[in-house]
Write a protein that binds this ligand. Structure first.
Ligand code: AMP
Length: 416
């Protein structure tokens, strides 16, 4: 029996790789336009980074991390998200010395030991952006605009933008007390999970999908009615920036995200028709995280989106993918005897900047031509006995099916 791919992971096969190149290219192009520079952090970090960064009482830290000891017994974790590692790198590399405000992006795999289902994997790919060093509400709006541009350029429709403010340390603490008090009264009607977590992390109950909790949450105190003046103003400014750009958004005062570090603005993008896993991106402000991880107080805002869900949404909305770039030249040989000439020719074509390939399986000319068609070669060069004796080959345009004989010396000129 074959060994299968681990649960919750998947291969990206060559026939699908052009989708990835296309999305990744589009993301990088847009992020460059907005002034973000790429950062690449390791795929694993010391576990403590995530425990301190994401929060001990979050689902991610509690039950979703792939954690293992190194040979000296130090606890390591495959990164479940990108923000804490980026902030760690920001601090470790003293990026505050480069510039007061730093704009970074990342793109790569994340790992969460969740129950796999459609659109939810144990290894998935996120792109994320972070603006570190500013408390300006314009930065929050810019992050939202940047991501919406990515979705728009990919042709995605029915993307709902949902925003909220979860307040700052000060006003949230007051709100949490109110919420706890309310949930305590309703405790007996909460689901078993919320019964347990409402004391440690009552905000999570706001996000509970269980029917038993939904009704209770509907009447719970609302965070946006409990914001301090500073948070209130900040939220109003973010909305005003979005309105000025004619962005349609919905406010959901129950939107809390699965990571503890968010302050003030929190937002999520929902793609209609994706089923239960319909969040295709989300983010928010995290003004305390840099300090939490040992730096001086530094405000920041960011976002992350899952590429797999974006691909699923594109396929579901039947948006046409651009065609992948096929091979420039396929070289077919009539007789194996000429394999040295074919080998030389192939390499010469490549040396001149064109992509070229041949069939190494030793098949008939017919099967070689089938292969040239399958890989969508633009041209096929047929190296035949008779032509070769005249230092010539046959050049076939695979689209028009036109063929002509050509001197080998003129070949590169003709193809370029
Ligand atoms: P989060 O880091 O939880 O805020 O997630 C940000 C985005 O990453 C989500 O909106 C999803 O698009 C994607 N995402 C998160 N978890 C998964 C997962 N297990 N599988 C696939 N995509 C995910």
């Amino acid at each position: 029996m074959y060994i299968k791919v681990p649960k919750g992971t998947q291969d990206v096969l060559p026939e699908n790789i052009s989708k990835w190149y296309y999305i990744e290219g589009m993301i990088k192009e847009i992020l460059n336009k907005y002034g973000y520079n790429e950062i690449r952090t390791p795929y694993f970090e010391y576990t403590d980074l995530f425990v301190r960064g994401i929060g001990e009482s979050t689902d991610i830290v509690n039950k979703e991390m792939f954690t293992f000891p190194d040979r000296k017994g130090r606890s390591l974790t495959l990164r479940p998200e990108g923000t804490a590692p980026v902030v760690r790198a920001y601090l470790e590399n003293r990026m505050d010395r480069i510039s007061k405000v730093i704009k970074l992006f990342y793109l790569g795999p994340m790992f969460r030991c969740e129950k796999p289902q459609a659109g939810r994997f144990r290894q998935f790919t996120q792109f994320g952006i972070e603006i570190i060093g500013t408390k300006s509400s314009a930065a929050d709006a810019e992050v939202i605009l940047t991501v919406l541009e990515v979705y728009k350029k990919l042709g995605l429709k029915n993307i709902e933008t949902v925003i909220n403010s979860v307040g700052c340390k000060k006003c949230r603490a007051n709100y949490i007390q109110k919420l706890k008090k309310y949930l305590k009264i309703k405790k007996d009607f909460l689901c078993s999970e919320c019964k347990e977590r409402y004391l440690k992390n009552p905000l999570r109950a706001l996000d509970c999908k269980k029917e038993s909790c939904k009704g209770i949450i509907e009447d719970a105190p609302i965070i946006t009615e409990n914001l301090c003046p500073e948070c209130e103003l900040h939220f109003a400014e973010v909305k005003s920036y979005l309105n000025s750009q004619k962005i349609i958004f919905h406010e959901n005062p129950r939107l809390v995200r699965g990571l503890d570090y968010y302050t003030k603005t929190a937002f999520e993008f929902i793609s209609g028709g994706l089923g239960a896993q319909n969040a295709i991106g989300g983010g928010g402000r995290y003004d305390d995280l840099v300090e939490e991880l040992g730096g001086k107080p530094t405000p920041a805002v960011g976002f992350a989106a899952g590429l797999e869900r974006m691909i699923i949404a594109i396929d579901q909305q039947k948006i046409e993918w651009p065609r992948g770039k096929g091979l420039d030249v396929f070289v077919a040989q009539v007789n194996e005897k000429n394999k040295d000439t074919v080998f030389k020719l192939l390499q010469e074509i490549r040396n001149n900047g064109l992509s070229a390939d041949m069939d190494y399986s030793g098949g008939s000319l017919k099967s070689q031509m089938r292969m040239a068609n399958k890989i969508e070669a633009r041209y096929t060069i047929i190296v035949g006995e008779e032509e070769l004796s005249k230092n010539m080959v046959i050049l076939r345009n695979m689209q028009t099916k036109e063929q002509k004989e050509l001197k080998i010396d003129n070949l590169i000129n003709e193809l370029s």
